[in-house]
Design a protein around this ligand. Structure first.
Ligand SMILES: [Zn+2]
Ligand SMILES: [Zn+2]
Length: 136
């Protein structure tokens, strides 16, 4: 079982088998929700997901008709989304604990909706921890 939780640590969960492999979603809704270029997600059956703590803190927002995003109301971490009519979650993999074996993402989706400034094919340099590039 994988475990994960929100930034403040109040919401904790465990998750079993993924229903669909991880992908990087580039859509505008994910971008706004995460405040980032992409959101990395995998499908999980509701019976493979179990909340361990913090259920009273979970709030939701209807991001499109019939689909809600669920987040910790104390720290704002987005945990999963769910279509009201489906028995599966779209799990936000960034909230998994990072000391576990998570299968690597297999695709980018919604590239047609991606931010102009993000191209996953571009190789960027990697800087040491705590450093940012100097302005040009
Ligand atoms: Zn939290
Ligand atoms: Zn998306």
């Amino acid at each position: 079982m994988l475990q994960g939780g929100c930034l403040c640590g109040c919401v904790r969960y465990e998750v079993g088998e993924f229903l669909t492999p991880p992908v990087h979603c580039n859509c505008a809704t994910c971008r706004k929700r995460q405040g980032a270029a992409i959101s990395t997600n995998a499908g999980v059956s509701v019976n493979q997901f179990r909340l361990l703590s913090g259920d009273e803190l979970i709030n939701s927002f209807e991001s499109s008709p019939g689909k809600r995003g669920y987040f910790c109301s104390a720290c704002g971490s987005h945990l999963y989304a769910k279509h009201d009519s489906r028995e599966a979650l779209i799990l936000r993999l960034g909230c998994l604990d990072d000391d576990q074996e998570v299968p690597p993402p297999t695709a980018h989706i919604w590239r047609s909706d991606a931010a102009e400034w993000f191209d996953p094919k571009e190789q960027l340099k990697e800087l040491p921890e705590g450093r940012r590039p100097k302005s040009t």
